[in-house]
Each structure stands twice: as structure tokens, then as C-alpha cells.
Design a protein around this ligand. Structure first.
Ligand code: LMR
Length: 417
């Protein structure tokens, strides 16, 4: 039956993890997927999250009863279905985190929001909703480059994907002139995807002044802004600062779409916690949008998972846990910044690796766009057991004091080869 099914290529990002897992060399390093690792290279469960997890333990025969009792006591009350749009307390708090506690549009009751299967699910709900209900256009502009999954995701949603310039190879910085020219040339009412902070894969964000200019162009050209905010807190260490672009656009009177992820900033990767929201004109419009979001979601996956949303909500709704969480996010951001400094010093100073490496320090968020070529990334995997995506992106969080020297020396050798 499936004779004619051709073999598909491995995923550009998750395929790197598969290759890494298959490599048995003890020196191997995975800088592919954007998943935070601690200073020992281990996955990091945030202490604020750990406090909320029931104590899953091996149950020995001797004291099954007492341990089982403990587990039941510590476990959450039920495993019922959530509503189609998720845990209402969670989505309320997710909106406050993104739009701000003093957000006028929230106070007016004009934000339509749903829980989602993390950021990817939020983007897909948005893509599906826009393809079905946005009356003006089916064209979406994505930055070049962008997160690889954006392209098939929006295409599969029924939108026509086009690109706007974002990255300047010469300066290894933002191509702001190219970006402005392309957005000005976009047809009226087209949708434009903006990375709210910590642009993936480049690690280069517009300044606040540049965001203000982008907002003006979006207004002039009547474009529809769709924000992907997968890294709130990871760019600057502050969830408020990282929400600048979203809040500025809303304050400027734009109606926006917003995808949020709690994978990175709460370390809830596999729990798949996210949210999708649309700002609307008024509560009556919001209610109609709410009803159509349910109609998009129900045949996709019925309703979202419970556990991660409960954890995220407990953190967002408890003052003490919230401050603890904020300092943990900052801790992750700061560790990454210290790795940037170290890597820059190795390449630029200690090894005098050919090229200019200042961008390692100036880029922000989880990733660095190194400038390594696809053949160099291949050589790094084959000769040095160092894994990254073929576009030369590295997840800075995969570096630590024990592996950074091996990485720097391997890059040096690959560049000189
Ligand atoms: C990444 O870009 O590495 C992350 O967003 C993880 C993913 O799903 O690709």
C-alpha cells in the first residue's frame, strides 16, 4: 500500500538530536535544538517547577501503602478534560504576562485567548484561524532566515509564504534597510510574522527605536502583525523588557495575533504549554472569535493537556513562586551570556581563529548564528562530534565549562581547514 511513499528528509532541527543520540563518542556536544542545559550539560528542571511536581518515586513492596498515600496526597485533584480553549486561569495569566498587568485591551475584555500545544500549536491555530477568517489576504511574510518550522507550518495552514529581509551577512547584524524596503513593498493587508524577542535563528533583535519604525510601516501598509514570542525572558533576562515589541504594537493601536510558548522560559518543553491570542475590537467581537477558535481546535486535538498548564498557572498566580521563577529565568539568561563571553574570548583572543567573532557576544537569547558554513557544520559533526543545524546556528545553552574548550578548538580547526 505504501510502496510509493518516498522517504522524507530528517527534520532540520530535531534530526540533529537524532544524529547526536546515535553518536557514541564521549566528547559529543549537541548544540542543535534550542533546549536549555545547566552548567553540567544536564536538562534543567526549574526549582519553581519542581516544587509543584508530585514526588514520583519507585514504590518498594515494603511500604507501598504509605508511599502510595503520599503520592495521592501530593497529586493534583483530577484528570478531567479541560475546556477546548484550556485552563481559564492559565490563559488569563498568560495574557497578563504578555500584554502586561495594566494592559488596556485586557481591561476592556477584548483579548481572545486559548491554551495551545506549546508555541508550535499556537502558531498553527493562528495560521488555521487566519486562513479561514482573515478577510483581506492569504499572504504571510516571514523573516529570512526564520525558524525552519515556520515555513511548512504556515504553508500547511493554507497561507502563501513569502520572505522579508532580516539578516545582513556582511555586518552579521540586522538588515534594517532591507527589512523596511520589503515590508513597504508588501501588498496591503498582508500578514507579517515578527519574532517578539530573541530572534531564532540569528539572535539579532531590532532596537526599541527600530521596533517603533516597524510599527509605523505596518500601520502605513495596513499589514497584520503576528508575533511569535517563544523566548519571553530569555533575551534580556526580564519578561517585561522582552515583551516590549508586543506591548508597543498594542499601545499603538494595532490588532495583533500572538503565539506564546512556556517551553523555554519555564523549561516545560515536553509538557507542551503555550497560548494563542488575538486582540479584538470589543467584547462582542472577542466572543465571536472565541467561538471560532473552538471550532478550529476541536477537530485538531479536542482539548489541550492539563498537567503543564496547571504548573505554569501555579507559578504565574503565586507571588512568591513568580518572583522565584523570574530570577530563575534570569539565571538561565545570565549563564548563556557568560558562555558567549567565554566563547568569544577563546575564538577571538586565545586561538585567534580567522574571522571576526564579536557577533557571538552581541547576539542575544538562546542562539548564536555563527557564520559557519554547511560544509563546516558537517565537518564538525564528523570530525569533532559537535552537532548543530546546517545553517550554522548553535544553541548557546548546550555549552558549559566542561565542553566549551573542545567546541572552540573544533571550530578553529574547521575554519582553518
Ligand atoms: C528550536 O528552534 O531549536 C526550538 O524551537 C525547538 C524546535 O522545536 O525546533
Amino acid at each position: 500500500t505504501w510502496n510509493a511513499v518516498p522517504a522524507g528528509p530528517p527534520d532540520a532541527i530535531l534530526g540533529v538530536t537524532e544524529a547526536f543520540k546515535a553518536d557514541k563518542d564521549p566528547r559529543k556536544i549537541n548544540l542543535g535544538v534550542g533546549a536549555y542545559r545547566d552548567g553540567q550539560g544536564k536538562p534543567y528542571i526549574l526549582p519553581s517547577v519542581k516544587k509543584l511536581e508530585p514526588p514520583f518515586r519507585e514504590i518498594s513492596n515494603a511500604n507501598v501503602l504509605s508511599q502510595a498515600e503520599e503520592i495521592v496526597q501530593a497529586s493534583t485533584p483530577d484528570k478531567e478534560y479541560l475546556p477546548i480553549t484550556g485552563l481559564p486561569e492559565f490563559t488569563k495569566n498568560a495574557a497578563l504576562l504578555a500584554y502586561g498587568a495594566d494592559s488596556a485591551v485586557i481591561k476592556q475584555g477584548a483579548v481572545s485567548i486559548t491554551q495551545s500545544i506549546s508555541g508550535t500549536g499556537a502558531l498553527r491555530i493562528g495560521g488555521e484561524f487566519i486562513a479561514r477568517h482573515y478577510p483581506h489576504s492569504k499572504v504571510i511574510y516571514l523573516p529570512v532566515p526564520t525558524w525552519g518550522n515556520h515555513i511548512p507550518l504556515f504553508r500547511d495552514s493554507g497561507l502563501e509564504v513569502r520572505g522579508y529581509r532580516y539578516f545582513n551577512k556582511e555586518t552579521v547584524g540586522l538588515d534594517f534597510e532591507g527589512l523596511k524596503t520589503d515590508l513597504k513593498a508588501a501588498p496591503e493587508h498582508a500578514i507579517v510574522l515578527l519574532h517578539a524577542c530573541a530572534h531564532n535563528p540569528t539572535g539579532i533583535d531590532p532596537t526599541q527605536q527600530q521596533w517603533a519604525e516597524i510599527s509605523d510601516i505596518v500601520k502605513e501598509r495596513k499589514l497584520f502583525p503576528f508575533f511569535d514570542m517563544a523566548y519571553q525572558g530569555f533575551a534580556s533576562g526580564s519578561t517585561t523588557k522582552d515583551a516590549f515589541a508586543v506591548r508597543h504594537f498594542v499601545a499603538e493601536g494595532h490588532q495583533i495575533a500572538l503565539a506564546q510558548s512556556f517551553a523555554k522560559n519555564m523549561g516545560l518543553y515536553g509538557e507542551r504549554v503555550g497560548a494563542f491570542s488575538l486582540t479584538t475590537a470589543d467584547p462582542a467581537e472577542k466572543a465571536r472569535v472565541d467561538s471560532q477558535l473552538k471550532i478550529v481546535i476541536r477537530p485538531l486535538y479536542s482539548n489541550p493537556p492539563l498537567h503543564g498548564a496547571r504548573i505554569a498557572n501555579a507559578i504565574l498566580s503565586n507571588g512568591e513562586l513568580y518572583s522565584q521563577w523570574e530570577s530563575e529565568v534570569k539565571g538561565m539568561a545570565d549563564r548563556i551570556i557568560s558562555m558567549r563571553e567565554k566563547l568569544y574570548n577563546y575564538l577571538q583572543k586565545d586561538l585567534a581563529t580567522p574571522g571576526e567573532w564579536g557577533h557571538i557576544k552581541s547576539q542575544i537569547g538562546m542562539f548564536s548564528f555563527t557564520g559557519l558554513t554547511t560544509p563546516q557544520t558537517k565537518a564538525l559533526a564528523e570530525k569533532a562530534h559537535v552537532y548543530m543545524t546546517a545553517d550554522g546556528r548553535i544553541s548557546m545553552a548546550g555549552l558549559n565549562d566542561s565542553n566549551i574548550e573542545h567546541f572552540a578548538q573544533s571550530v578553529d580547526a574547521a575554519v582553518r581547514d
